[in-house]
Every structure is written in C-alpha cells, then in structure tokens.
Design a protein around this ligand. Sequence first.
Ligand code: ADP
Length: 299
Amino acid sequence: MGIALELKAVSRRYGATVALNGVDLDVEQGQAVAVLGPNGAGKTTMLSIALGLLSPDEGTARVFGRLPAEALKRGEVGALLQDAGLLDDVRVAELVAAVAGMYPRPMPVERVMQAAGVQDLAGRRVGRLSGGQQQRVRFALALAGDPALLVLDEPTVGLDVESRRALWQEVRARTAAGRTVVFATHYLTEADDYADRIVLLADGEIVADGPVDAIKSLVGGTEIRFRTDRTDVSRFERLPGVRQVRIEGRTVALRTGDSDATLRTLFATFDAFDDVRDVRTASTDLESAFVSLTGGQER
Ligand code: ADP
C-alpha cells in the first residue's frame, strides 16, 4: 500500500503561537487514523495543512505524493471541517449533486445521500436545517467526490446516535476498500472503536503515535501512589514497568505497565526505598491517562 498523507518536519506558527512544531507523519492507504489532543493541541492546524488550506512555515506536506492543494483539486481528498459554511438557500439534494458534479469520479448522488443519512432531507433548504442535520450535509459533501483520502474534523459533533453510527459505518466501509480516513475527535471511545491508529498531539507535537492497542497500553496501565521523603524523580523512573513519574508534594505517582514488577523491585530494594509508605494502586482509565500523556491539560 502507498502513502496517502506524508508530513515531514511540519511547523506552523500564528504570530507568537507555535501551533505545530516539527510534526512527522506517514499515513498508509487504507488506514483510519484518529488525531487526538486537548484543545489548542494543533489538530485543526494539522488537518488544514493536510488539506492544503494552510501552508506549513517549515517542512513539507504531501498527499499521494502531490502538494495537498493539487490533490484536493484532483478530487483525491474530501473534507469535513468544523463550522464550514454551507449555502443556505439551496436544497440538500441540489447541493450534493452540484458538489458531486465538480469531481472527476464522484459517487452516485443517491449513494452519497444514503451514506450520510440525508435522503429524508433531500428537498429541504440547507439554511433551515438543525445543526446536526447540517453536519450530516457536510459529511455528504465530503463524500461526494468519492475521495481516496477523507479528512474529518470532529465529524460527529451535534450528531444523534443513529447518525453517528451511519457515519462510522461509512468510514469502516471506506477503509475496508483501501481508502484512507484521518479524523480528529474529542471522544476517546470513537478513536478506540473506529481507528486503526491514534496520533496524540499536545502543544503542537506528536506525543504518542501507534496502533490503538499500543496507545491504550501506553496510556492505560496502573497507577501506584505512595508517600516518601525523598521525591527525586530519578529514584523511581528506572523501576521496571514505570512509564511516568509524577511528584505531588510528598506523594509519588508512578504510571506502570507492570505493577507487579514495579512493586516487587520497590520493596526488594529496601535500602533505596525504605522510606516508602502508604502504597495504593489503581488502574487508570483512558480519560485520566490521556490527560497525563498530554501534559495534564484539560480536554
Ligand atoms: P486544536 O484543533 O487541537 O484545538 P488548533 O490547530 O485549532 O488546535 O490550534 C493550535 C494553536 O494555534 C492554538 O494555540 C490556537 O489558539 C492557535 N491558533 C489556531 N488558529 C489560529 C489563528 N487563526 N490565529 C491565531 N492563533 C491560532
């Protein structure tokens, strides 16, 4: 399989704000990639660069080996962007047909309408639709050109359960057919359920990247907390299984992928750790682990 999207050392600033800082990313054809991260992490900036709507200040972006804007022009890319404006006075079916007509190899309009769940809205004026209905129309427009790469920024915001299900079903069908989908989401469960791979962004940098299971075990695992008088990080970070050490006053919190091994060594090496007391362990949920991996920022 070839590479659908390639970012090499991509950086982008807005004035003094560094939105992306040296991002490298290869997305293979047929993958569903979830881009996760707290607000302001750089997700929208990254997707906009992938779509050629923004240029990197440094580095390069390629879509199927071409400049993103060129790939977009050739109909190889479809996009659903947050708050993308829609023509208000047009009827849904007309809009979908008009957009499909701009592409060299569009999907049949009927098929698009069905995949996006907007058949029952066909005769409605776009401006009169609810937010969730307009979001479905945006998804229809993203699909219209039958793109080899689909880029979705928070695609399910405002969608009801049934529309979400339909959207993810379409995403699955596309990747099964060798097409590529890159999506940003705030919902960890969506990444968990529908992505082959998670790219975790924080402060404009990729802090984790891998198959969903690998990321889950990286962010999951167990937290061991205890009190000690000697709270220097270096004492603890070399314990077996330990992935992260946090110091909160006299409390040490270790995130570990193997709590048995960590605890065994902690207690076996008594000279070094004889001041350790009040030991507690708890398995971490994905949500809190996510916060910890992205530097403790709220999502
Ligand atoms: P995310 O999509 O992960 O929330 P963004 O890519 O939207 O992150 O933003 C990354 C950073 O760049 C944030 O600090 C944001 O405030 C800043 N930023 C984004 N767009 C602009 C803009 N048009 N002008 C100034 N700053 C911006």
